[in-house]
Every structure is written in structure tokens, then in C-alpha cells.
Design a protein around this ligand. Sequence first.
Ligand code: NDP
Ligand code: 8X3
Length: 248
Amino acid sequence: MTRTAFVTGATAGIGEATVRTLVASGWRCIATGRRKERLEALAEELGADKVHAAAFDVRDIEAMEAVLAALPEPFAGIDLLVNNAGLARGLAPAQEASLDDWQTMIDTNVTAMVVLTRKLLPTLIERKGAIIAIGSVAGNYVYPGGNVYAGSKAFANHFTLALRADLHGTGVRVTSIEPGMVETEFTLVRTGSQDASDDLYRGANPMTGQDIADMIKWVAELPPHLNINRLEPMPVNQDFAGFRVARE
Ligand code: NDP
Ligand code: 8X3
């Protein structure tokens, strides 16, 4: 039986690779994001019977509800939620950071994720489905300028584990994937600069969206008795050592 995944943030990076990978493995996907033309191109390329393009801003709860209410029949029963849409804005220290940037990250990475999850829980429970969330190493190890992004991802990592506790006994599987550096549009969005993005990834041999998509597919297709609680993949060239000492 063909299973259906709801993948947020499918216009780029990890989410787009996830849709391509799941569809190649026989899944149907609801592909979401704000950039409608990219979603429609994906649906045209992979087939409208395989990909339902649903363009909306995850922060817009009414738009989210309209999309959920209008899912066409083959896509209406959701077996897998991939909570992936998210972003970082800025790298300024907290004392200089933009409150607008902070609000955008909280609204997207925290509020939208919990609202969508809450709305899809009944169907996921009914179908003994799965939730896979893309948190981040930034939620586990802080770094300068991470501030609200790090906090939002700590929330994502922990909320996902907390879901696992609440869903105990329902058959719903829950996994938190907490990656390190993945070369996507993430740094372009964070800094607004293609040069800054290229500089960060140059020579680092970062992970790719495909690397993470392969993990998502692996987790999603495990037998129903098996739950991966968390995965924390990193490029070999990145580590988490970060203790600094300021000397007087
Ligand atoms: P990209 O910038 O390449 O993709 C981000 C996706 O999120 C896009 O599809 C974007 O769609 C979507 N998105 C952002 N804001 C909104 C919004 N308001 N409404 C709807 N969709 C939105 O980055 P990644 O693929 O790297 O990021 C995916 C996830 O992975 C994020 O949660 C990120 O925090 C996380 N992550 C990334 C890492 C990295 O190093 N790249 C490492 C660890 C975690 P659109 O702009 O079209 O709306
Ligand atoms: C993105 C990874 O290390 O740039 O979540 O914060 S990092």
C-alpha cells in the first residue's frame, strides 16, 4: 500500500531531497513551503499522483487549516509527518540581535511546528504513523550568535522526545534528527549573502540534503516495532568542542 508523507519545507535543501527520496521509494508526498513555483515544478517533475504541492506559510494557521481541509483523497490519510521547515536569521550576539529575526525563528521553528503536529496527531495515531523532526546540533551545543536559533532547536529536539513519551502505546513512532552542517540554502537565508554561504561550506565537506533525506527514508521504513529516538549526524570535519576562556 502506498504511504503518504507530509513534508514541510520542501522547496529546498533537506525537504526537497526528502520528497525526491521518498517518492523514489514509492511514497506519496504532500510538499509544502512558501515558494509555490518550486513546489509545482517538483510535482510536475515527479508526477501529480505522487506529489501534492501545497504552498503556504507555516506561520499562517488559517492557511495551514485550509491546506489540511483541502487535501485531495489519495493524500488525505497521512502516515508520516516530516517537521523540517525552519530557518535561522542572523548571527549577531544576543545584545545586538534583531527582535524581528528572533520572532521569525520562534514563529517558524517552534510555534508552527507544534501547531501542525497537534493538528496531524489524530490521523497519525489512527494510522499508526510516524513523526520525524529535523532539530539541530545547535539545540545540543551552543555557539556564539546561535542564541534564539539554538533555543528554538533545543525546543524542537526536546518537544520531539516529549511527543514520544505522550504517544507511548499508540504505535506512532517518533524520531528527532539533529544534524550538524548541511549545505543547503540555510546559510544564504541566515546571512543574506551567497558569499558568506560559500565561505562557510568551502573545504568543510559538509553533509548534503541527500545525506539527511537518506536517514529520513531509513527511519521511516524501519519495521513498525522499531523506534529510533534520536540521530545526531555531523560532517567528519565539524565537531562540538567549543569551551572558550576570556582572559582579563
Ligand atoms: P533551506 O533553507 O534549504 O530549506 C528550508 C525550508 O524551510 C525551505 O523549503 C523553506 O521554504 C522552508 N520554510 C522556511 N520558512 C518557512 C515558512 N515560514 N513557511 C513555510 N516554509 C518555510 O534549509 P535546510 O534544508 O537546511 O533546512 C531544513 C531544516 O533543517 C530547518 O529546520 C533547519 O533549521 C534544519 N537544519 C539545517 C541544518 C543545516 O546546516 N543546513 C543543520 C541542522 C538542522 P520557503 O522558503 O519556500 O517557504
Ligand atoms: C544548523 C546547524 O551548526 O549551523 O542547524 O547551527 S548549525
